[in-house]
Design a protein around this ligand. Structure first.
Ligand SMILES: [Zn+2]
Length: 175
């Protein structure tokens, strides 16, 4: 008998302890909804904290209002999940465009690789861009030149390369 009562007291104390946070919210609610709105406003104004603080008032309040439910999940709110962005970002090069590119050979004589950009294979287009940037693009290296029709050029190396670059830069500044 007394054991039974002690046991029940223990359980009740335990439940009381468990429910204390919820009852605090409920008593605050009973103080008036204006108070809750004020709390919510504060939470919303503190935007960075709102995610943390908001649910404390926003999420628990409806559950407490709706007939003092015990602890547990609040009633399902509107589904949060947004549909994932379709596809996502595409990375990397597009596959070779249909048409002439890819189906014909590089413009540089003796290269033999398929052309990729403006009639040149990847390597020779790189070279073309570099020559253009350094003001040394030969007139023969036209865009969309005929396949196997453009003489490759041998770039100077070492000190000669620096000289050539400087001369080209000088010419570029002058012109
Ligand atoms: Zn090539």
């Amino acid at each position: 008998m007394s054991v039974d009562k002690a046991f029940r007291d223990m359980i009740r104390n335990e439940i009381d302890a468990q429910l204390k946070p919820l009852r605090d919210v409920v008593s605050r609610l009973e103080a008036g909804t204006a108070d809750l709105d004020a709390l919510r406003n504060v939470a919303e104004r503190l935007a960075p904290l709102a995610e943390v603080v908001g649910p404390l008032f926003g999420a628990n309040a409806p559950a407490a209002k709706a007939g003092r439910r015990g602890p547990g999940r609040p009633p399902a709110r509107a589904a949060v999940s947004a549909p994932p962005a379709a596809g996502g970002k595409r990375r990397g090069r597009k596959p070779a465009a249909s048409g002439t590119e890819g189906s014909r050979a590089c413009a540089i004589i003796g290269c033999g690789k398929p052309s990729r950009t403006k009639g040149y294979c990847a390597a020779h287009y790189q070279k073309l861009r570099m020559l253009e940037k350094t003001n040394r693009r030969p007139s023969a290296w036209r865009d969309y030149a005929e396949p196997d029709s453009v003489e490759d050029i041998k770039l100077p190396r070492g000190r000669a390369a620096s000289k050539a670059l400087a001369a080209a830069a000088q010419a570029g500044n002058a012109g």
